[in-house]
Design a protein around this ligand. Sequence first.
Ligand code: FES
Length: 316
Amino acid sequence: MKFPETLSVCVANIEEVTPLVKRFTLVPAEGGSLPGFSAGSHIMVHMPGEERTYRNAYSLMSAPNDRSCYQIGVRRQEESRGGSVYMHEKVKTGDLLRINPPANLFAIDRLSAKQILIAGGIGITPFMSYLKELPDLGVPFELHYAYRAQSHAAFRELIAAQLGGQLHTYDASRDEFIQPRVLLAAQPLGTHVYVCGPEGLIDAVVETARELGWPESHIHYEQFAAPQPGAPFKVSCAKQACEIDVPGDMSLLDALEAAGVDVPNMCRGGVCGQCETGLLEGEAEHRDNYLPDEARDRKIMPCVSRARSARLVLDL
Ligand code: FES
């Protein structure tokens, strides 16, 4: 079955989960059912702001086999470039939104001997759908959840009620922190680790697992790098013979789309590789987690990366 490129959904419910996190329940705008998905999937939400359309990726928290609705958890980012503030301030119950169908860059490996899930803050959201699937896999798993204080521990009670002793919490306000080396060194052979949350936590877990000799295939992380602002620059599209101004507070991908230049994309966070674009002239400021070093002088990921030079020429 072929699904449309975007889907229309209606905001059926909005709950304030913590002072910074809201949970949105989205249902099909015209009835019927939504596409199914696998645990760890995300959707892209299109938010029509006054000056531009924001597009942010959010992990699906609802049960993968429930096609009546999708649920996402949105943390209001203090340094937001618009998307999370839009979701928190503008979106109301009954509103219609467009979304891209689910895509999965953080899937469960079903052949592992044991699963260790590590979440920091809002990084808990992809694991909410994991918890709907993992119990049926029949392999041991545990969730390690770190947060800044109990008042910011989104969904903690819900998870505790389901997991009991399989949930380990770390409250930074009580000087409790995950110690990746202690945690990972104690795991049996064949364990897979999954980490989602702040960059520092992901780096610490991934580096520790590598130092301990874990195979790369056993280390899973989801790290959407939200596009950060930078200096304005110009971009020329060689095939389309156009030149576009990229403002300091707009991503290169957003600027291309606003000018009518389509670029494939999936995560808009520098991890999926979909937006890889040839760089013909100029120097890029790479901010992605995808391109290998040897490709960085001739490729760019426009969803997050910008320019060091005043002008880039792209193979578009
Ligand atoms: S859209 Fe995924 S890396 Fe750019």
